[in-house]
Write a protein that binds this ligand. Sequence first.
Ligand code: PLP
Length: 509
Amino acid sequence: MQANPGLTYNPVIMSDQDVHPESLMMSYGYKPELSEGAAKSPIFQTSTFVFKNAASGNAFFELSSGLRELRPNEEAGLMYSRMNNPDVEILEERLKLWDGAEACAIFNSGMAAISTTILNLVRPGDLILYGSPLYGGTDKLMTVTLPEFGIHTVPFRPWESMKEVEQRLKASGFADKLAMIFIESPANPTNALTDIAGCRVLADKYATPGRPVRVVVDNTFLGPLWQHPIKHGADLVLYSATKYIGGHSDLIAGACLGSKLLIKRLKSMRSLLGTIAGPWTSWLMLRSLETLKIRMEEQGRNAEKVAAFLNKHPKVTAVHYLGNLTRKDGAQYRIFRKQCTGKGAMLSFEIKGGRDEAFRFLDSLRLIKQAVSLGSTESLICHPASTTHITVAPDEKKAVGLSDQLVRLSVGVEHPDDLIADIKQALAKVRIGDGLTASLRGGWSAEEGTAQGASLSATGGYARPRGPMYSDFGRTRAASLYCSITCALQPAMRAQANIGVKRSIGIPT
Ligand SMILES: Cc1ncc(COP(=O)(O)O)c(C=O)c1O
């Protein structure tokens, strides 16, 4: 659906040269003469639009409800802000430039974009093959909500070869029902990459005439700047626009980009479900888009410096950052080189120890805010296993490396020296194994806690492993055994041990 005549394009700019998206973020899609000459688009804070006459109102509704197509030289008009609004439409025109998409639909959250897209393209009985990990909300959609609607969902791991992914598909027994391959690449929070072109090949292999298999990529982690999934074969690109696109931690929104045909379908579903963003939110995003590139580039530069510091820190056991990938990482490195145009500004890293050490680190930060969300001007940090990904099944957490020692950092535009100084002083406060808790053996799952906790209680044990000893034992079962036998459990620790003690796991890093 296009805005009223004149509001959609600035044809002078686009007619004869390839202009960079950043040059168009201040102007594209807006005609000042339609708004009293205002240099900037006003906020069209209105729920409804006045028709010129009854016939034009009828024409707009015929078009929006799909009763007929646009006639030559006819332009669709504005009707009601659940269907369209100038701020939304100008934003859609601008946002699509980054991904080179034909069309874009804006939603009132990332989850609204994801759920509207899936509900529109998938039917009960269909199968969605999805890469795991995913953002916790999307994971719950895949594992709980969609199956309740009779939609089959099967996970695969980003590091598996397409052959292995196909084996999972065949083993599901629903290969002939495959309707969508859904991936987050890089995945939240581990930065694991999935081969988009490989997904395209697999999708095409299982598509039949009249039964397409859609490749849908949540590109939130690299934002519109550093990865363009459509160029690698994706049908649709999704964003939590709350993140880099909004960029200031002050709005919630989503976006989906793809072909005109698919986006038209999604917009019609969006009107029914009422999942469009409002004019004020869209106006804020128009403002944000003007600085998207400079914000993201600065964040990326800062992330590189923060990662370099973390890589060398003795209390950090692993840093999951795209800039750390080397040839030795095999397929992940190859995908990175093929698919990504930047390293991003998202890092996740593992604090030596476990949940207590990770919490201690987080609670010691002074400049970096503890909050979920990402991609904003200010740096934000969180503990995914206990927040954004809390509902991910324990076994899945184990399988994909979502350990208790993992923290996720979204690097902002602060001075990098200040960020590093903050991280340094917070890490200094972490004393490995300081105060026994159930989680002192980092990376152990909580679900086996009761049994192990009981064993600690029974021995009356109190483990206080020193740093080197702890790190030697690391994630080994031996450490668990050691603790069980040698512990002299303090009364205050007993309760904790009873809820959360565990044995070791091998976490893929
Ligand atoms: C990768 C990813 N996709 C989707 C979402 C959901 O977006 P929203 O919170 O805007 O609904 C998030 C939220 O954190 C996310 O990280």
